[in-house]
Design a protein around this ligand. Structure first.
Ligand code: NAD
Length: 260
C-alpha cells in the first residue's frame, strides 16, 4: 500500500515509534528510523527490517532537543530519499514530579522534545508535501493531550500543545492532500512507562504494583495496556487513501480513559 512512499519516524529506536516504523516498512515504505540507543542494536534492526521488507532503512541519532538538529534531521531525510511523504512525530520523554519541585531543565527538555521538535519537522517538511499534493503527518499525543494527571505538568502541557499544533496545521494544509492528526494512546508498556514507575512510586509513596494497578491502569476502564501493534495499525490506516478525510483530529486509543 505504501510502496514508493518515504517515511520519517522520530523516536523509532524503541517502543511505539519502532512498531510504527516497522508497520510502515511492512507496507512498502522506505523508512528513516530515528532515535537514541545502542548503535550495534540499531544497526542490526535496520539490516533486519531492510531484509524482511525489501525497503530502504536509514537511521539518525540526532538529539531533538536542539532546533539545529531537528533541521539537520529533516534535511538528511530529504537528501537521502528525495522526498518525505509520511512524517511521524513520535519522539517523547516524561518526567514525574510535583510542580514545586519540577526541575526547570526537565521542563525545557520535555517541551523541546515532545512539542517544539514537531513544529520544526512540520515547518521544514510541509512545503514539499504540499507541492506533491499528498502527505501524512501523524503526531504522537497521549490521553494527556486531552486530560491531565497530577505531577506531569510539562508532559501534559506539551501534549495539549501538540493537539493544538495538529489542528492549526491541519487547517493550513487541508486543501493540499496533506492530513495532520494526533494519536492519543492510553498506557502502553514501553521503556517510557517503565522509567516513570519508580518516580511515581516516590511521588505518591506507593509500591510498583500499586502504581501499575491504582495509577496507570486505574484510568483505563479496559484494565489492560494498549498494544504497540494497535497503534501501528492505526498509523498505517491514517496513511491510506481511505483516511484522506480524517484531518485535524485527536484519535483516542485509550481503553475508554477519556470517555470518563
Ligand atoms: P520510548 O521511551 O520507548 O521511546 C522514545 C523514543 O524517543 C526513543 O527512540 C528515544 O531514543 C527517542 N528520544 C527521546 N528523547 C529524544 C531526544 N532528545 N532526541 C532524539 N530522540 C529522542 O517511548 P514510547 O513509550 O514508545 O513513547 C513514544 C511516544 O508515545 C512518546 O511521544 C510518548 O509520549 C507517547 N506515548 C506513550 C505512551 C505509553 O504509555 N508508552 C502513552 C501515550 C503516549
Amino acid at each position: 500500500m505504501l510502496k514508493g512512499r518515504n517515511a520519517l519516524v522520530t523516536g523509532s529506536t524503541s517502543g511505539i515509534g519502532r512498531g510504527i516504523a516497522e508497520a510502515l516498512a511492512e507496507q512498502g515504505a522506505n523508512v528513516m528510523l530515528h532515535g537514541l540507543g545502542d548503535p550495534g542494536e540499531i544497526a542490526a534492526c535496520c539490516i533486519a527490517l531492510r531484509e524482511r521488507c525489501g525497503v530502504t532503512v536509514l537511521h539518525s541519532d540526532l538529539d531533538l532537543r536542539y532546533t539545529e538538529n531537528v533541521e539537520a534531521l529533516t534535511r538528511y531525510a530529504l537528501d537521502a530519499f528525495g522526498s518525505v511523504e509520511i512524517l511521524v512525530n513520535n519522539a517523547g520523554i516524561q518526567h514525574v514530579a510535583p510542580i514545586e519541585q519540577f526541575p526547570v531543565d526537565k521542563w525545557n527538555d520535555i517541551l523541546a522534545t515532545n512539542l517544539s521538535a514537531s513544529f520544526h519537522t512540520i515547518r521544514t517538511l510541509s512545503a514539499q508535501m504540499k507541492q506533491a499534493g499528498w502527505g501524512r503527518i501523524i503526531n504522537m499525543g497521549s490521553a494527556h493531550a486531552l486530560v491531565a494527571s497530577p505531577f506531569k505538568s510539562a508532559y501534559v502541557a506539551a501534549k495539549h500543545g501538540l493537539a493544538g499544533l495538529t489542528k492549526a496545521v491541519a487547517l493550513e494544509l487541508a486543501s493540499s492532500g496533506v492530513t495532520v492528526n494526533t494519536i492519543c494512546p492510553g498506557y502502553v508498556l514501553t521503556p517510557l512507562v517503565e522509567k516513570q514507575i519508580p518516580d511515581t512510586m516516590k511521588a505518591r509513596n506507593m509500591t510498583r504494583e500499586q502504581v501499575e494497578q491504582d495509577v496507570l491502569l486505574a484510568a483505563q476502564p479496559t484494565k489492560r495496556f494498549v498494544s504497540i501493534r494497535e497503534l501501528a495499525d492505526l498509523a498505517v490506516f491514517l496513511c491510506s487513501d481511505q483516511a484522506r478525510s480524517i484531518t485535524g483530529t485527536s484519535l483516542s486509543v485509550d481503553g475508554g480513559w477519556t470517555a470518563q
